[in-house]
Write a protein that binds this ligand. Structure first.
Ligand code: ZN
Length: 286
């Protein structure tokens, strides 16, 4: 039995076909174009197979509340051609099979928790720090959602006393994403993060914000492990700075595992999203 998986990103789509053991058998990727053009690429790939279900991890925000008339829609994305597009509806029209969808970060959180760096744990968090900041929570083995998917990247943070940057988030200014995602480096220094020395003070600012966020996630959710990935976490020394900030801020208020087992890098790397979508597809059939 074959299951389809889609990782829908703002710049790139990955489609895969896998089996019940969540192993990917075949995969393709192509640039994100208009919804109609991109669907043509998706159908060209999936039409070759007899699929039993499809799981999707998508860029968002997206509507995951089944009671909403916009269930299945991509909502207020800056990618205007995709705004208010009924993505799940378009897939359902082509393939009358069970489907489940969530955000790309939730899909990655799911796969890291089932087979990645948090394998065997039921309460885990996945954070990605790149051009934006996304966070997915797995609680008691399931993806946490309320009336919609959480947006934990947009929690407000306390500015570092030496940081005079106002943040780039158009909604909040100094939320975590506005202060610590990739564009904030360019906003402060006029160059991309990859061109900034690992010794630059800006990384202390970034670590301060990520440490604050992880302290908050810890006291709110009490996860067993927090996986943190994305392009920014490749900066040498940043992970250790984040761990130190977190420990200082939490001040041993509640017990957590040793910090180098509590805040860790991803286990699945670039495969986290597509594997999570495959797991989601298989869960439709469980
Ligand atoms: Zn924000």
């Amino acid at each position: 039995m074959l299951v389809g998986a889609i990782e829908a990103g703002g710049t790139k789509f990955v489609c895969a076909v896998g089996n019940e053991a969540n192993e990917i058998i075949e995969r393709v990727s192509f640039p994100t174009r208009t919804p109609e053009e991109t669907l043509t690429d998706i159908f060209t790939f999936f039409d070759q197979f007899e699929l039993a279900a499809i799981g999707i991890g998508s860029f968002g925000p997206i509507e995951i509340n089944r009671d909403s008339e916009k269930y299945g829609y991509i909502l207020s994305t800056p990618k205007l051609a995709w705004k208010d597009f009924d993505f799940l509806g378009a897939l359902k029209k082509r393939y009358d099979i069970p489907m489940e969808w969530t955000t790309d970060v939730n899909a990655a959180a799911l796969s890291e928790s089932k087979i990645g760096a948090s394998k065997g744990l039921k309460n885990t968090l996945y954070i990605t720090v790149g051009t934006g900041i996304g966070v997915g929570a797995i609680v008691d083995g399931n993806i946490l959602s309320g009336s919609g998917h959480p947006e934990m990247g947009h929690m407000l943070v306390r500015p570092h006393p030496d940081d005079h940057y106002d943040g780039f988030c158009p909604y909040h200014g100094n939320c975590l994403e506005g202060m610590a995602a990739g564009p904030s480096i360019d906003g402060r220094l006029g160059v991309a993060g990859k061109d900034v020395s690992p010794d630059d003070q800006v990384w202390d600012f970034i670590a301060s914000y990520l440490g604050q966020a992880i302290e908050a996630y810890t006291v709110i959710l009490r996860p067993e492990r927090i996986v943190i990935g994305g392009g920014m976490m490749k900066v040498p020394g940043l992970l250790d700075k984040v761990r130190t900030e977190f420990e200082t801020l939490l001040a041993n208020y509640v017990p957590t595992p040793p910090v180098d087992e509590y805040i860790v890098l991803p286990g699945l790397g670039d495969n986290a999203g597509i594997t999570g979508a495959l797991i989601l597809g298989n869960l439709c059939l469980a």
